[in-house]
Design a protein around this ligand. Sequence first.
Ligand code: BGC
Length: 748
Amino acid sequence: MTIPKSIKYILLVIAVIASAIIIILFYNLNYKMYPLKADQSLYSQNIWEINIDSLSKKLLSQMSLEEKIDQMYGEKMYKSIPKFFGNFLLKQRFAHIYVGRNERLNIPPWVLSDGPRGARVLDKNISSVTTFPVAMARAASWNTELEYNVHDVISKEMRANKTNYAATPCINLLRHPGWGRAQETYGEDQWLLGKFGVAAVKGIEKNNVMACPKHFALNSIENSRWVLNVSLDERTLHEVYLPHFKKVIQDGKPASIMSAYNKIRGEYSGSNKELLTDILREDWGFKGFVSTDWMYGVYDGIKAIKAGLNVEMPWQDEYSYNIIREAISTNIIEEKEIDSLVITSLRTRLKYAFAYDSIDYNHKLILDKSHIDLARAVAEESMVLIKNKNILPFSKDKNLKIGVIGKLANTENTGDLGSSNSTPPYVITPYQGIKNYHKNKNNEVILDDGDNINSSIELAKKLDQVILVVGYTFEDEGEYVMSRGQMLKSAEANELVGIKGIGGDRIRLNLSDYDEKLINEISKVNKNLVVVYVGGSAIDMSKWEKNVPSILFSWYSGMEGGNALAKILYGDVNPSGKLPFTIAANPNDYPYFNPYTDSIYYGYYHGYSLFEKYNKEIAYPFGHGLSYSDFKYKNLEIKDISPEKKYIELSLDIKNNSQIEGKEIIQLYVGFENSNIDRPKKLLKGFKKVLLKPNEIKKINFEIEIDDLKYYDSSSKEWILEDITYKVLLGESSDNSKLLTSDFKIQF
Ligand code: BGC
């Protein structure tokens, strides 16, 4: 049989295309890697002794316009698209995207890795890294020292995986608990966000990795992130949504910052001059470089250049040769504007490429035992005991029948699978952790994955202890990746148009109907019960909370979470986490939230300041968390108010009134109730986590900086210190009935 010519032709075309795809894929799955450090053999002195400012100037002067533009984007599209998507789809890994490499001038590139809970971009032959509890969990530890150590480990493992630019920490404020990426941030409070952000940045930069806090700014809704315009007034911007960014920039001094996707008052963040130049550089003194969020980060290259955006990621699109050349030739921009953007990023990043490394960042560092121990320690410190009516710690007697019940009881569940994903070598599930704990203890640990509610109820009747594991997975909340077109259509329709996809914002704040039913039915037949919630933010517990004697928030607790959980449930570890957000009694009391819109107004109040302002009922306050110890606070004393020293000194005594060693998080709030303008009743202005032995008393000192009492005056654009009576409130949570108080005035 002879094959017709036309068919032969089609087959030939198919064969050519298929071969081309195979070659492209082969090349991109085995892409070439480049060193990120400067090549010492090219210099006659130690590279870390080279003056980077002069070197950067010299290099810039040797660059053609095209070479300068090459410093302003990730990789070229034809390279990065097949590499990025090929690796993501076929190997489930993020590829190394080399930014700013110039072979002619010997300029090494930089490579971004996400990593809010572990390094995201992996070297060839590396398939797993240390995976920590999510950022929200870590915020619940209120332990910034741990956060620093976590980022020391993450950045070490980033370097071992041949990356040197960390797209973390995420410090967007949790305005509403439904935000899909809540798990990636540190909660609702600006102060807590700022302190955690600084600790993270310092931990990252310790290993000569450039930190890139994100997403600047106002990125607190996921499903419309590419199309959303956020409006707000000047005071809300400066007092609520920016203070933590300012603190992280000024105290953490990160090399970089990532612009957000959303618009702010009508202008995209990536080309928002007010944000990127007036506030960031001129007011706050930021010296590093700004890069965009990925893919939809910038729409108008020239506007972005004028706004002060240094780098477009991950590939060249708006920062194209043609657009920029044309704008220069028509005098819309001058080449010196390009020079200024390039010298800023060059000067910053070369400091890292030429820095002295005190460690050899090799593969042996990855998953070191100390890293895994830290992952467990963080999980232990972050779990929050919400309620406990004499149930926990469970007894460790022999011959116990223990049931671990629920769809998540034996699920490997470390959180979102988007950019914040991390790949651990194993995950200890709740069931495995409890089973490990009872090994050699002569107790029976039974797993029931909750498939059949009737058999779970029958089982629960026979158990001595019931551990119900409920909550979410990456399918319910997380990063949302859909087309921008779909986001636009959904915003227009004010509801989801098209397929829902995985992750994204949570519109319902309660658990699944199944989980709620499971909790309610089981609580009827067995009262020796703890509900363990896995998730990244607040939930509505109103349908079952009163029926259960104890609740523990375990979060997405990382690779060692199950072991940490068991230690807490059985009292080997005393719980010491506290909520980084408020849990409303009625979910409608949170600020207005709509994932399917292209415009939203952010008011001044959110979180505890909102609930206090309007006297709204709450289920559990911000800062709440129980311990097996009992702490007593007394002797609050204002020791000194020294305007010339710029701070107020306070102290109080805390006693561990129990026989159990424990850690307590002491929270310091300042009250502004006497203000002449509309201000929150109180705001967090300090916290300390302290360890107390049984019956131990400690005197704890605090300082309040006078500058932190100021409010932002929109008309003068100044921070103003009011001459009023301030209140200081110190204690175990934001619940006013549990706080010691005192008043103070500042002598002007
Ligand atoms: C996310 C960023 C992330 C980037 C690179 C974006 O979709 O919003 O947080 O750093 O992707 O993975």
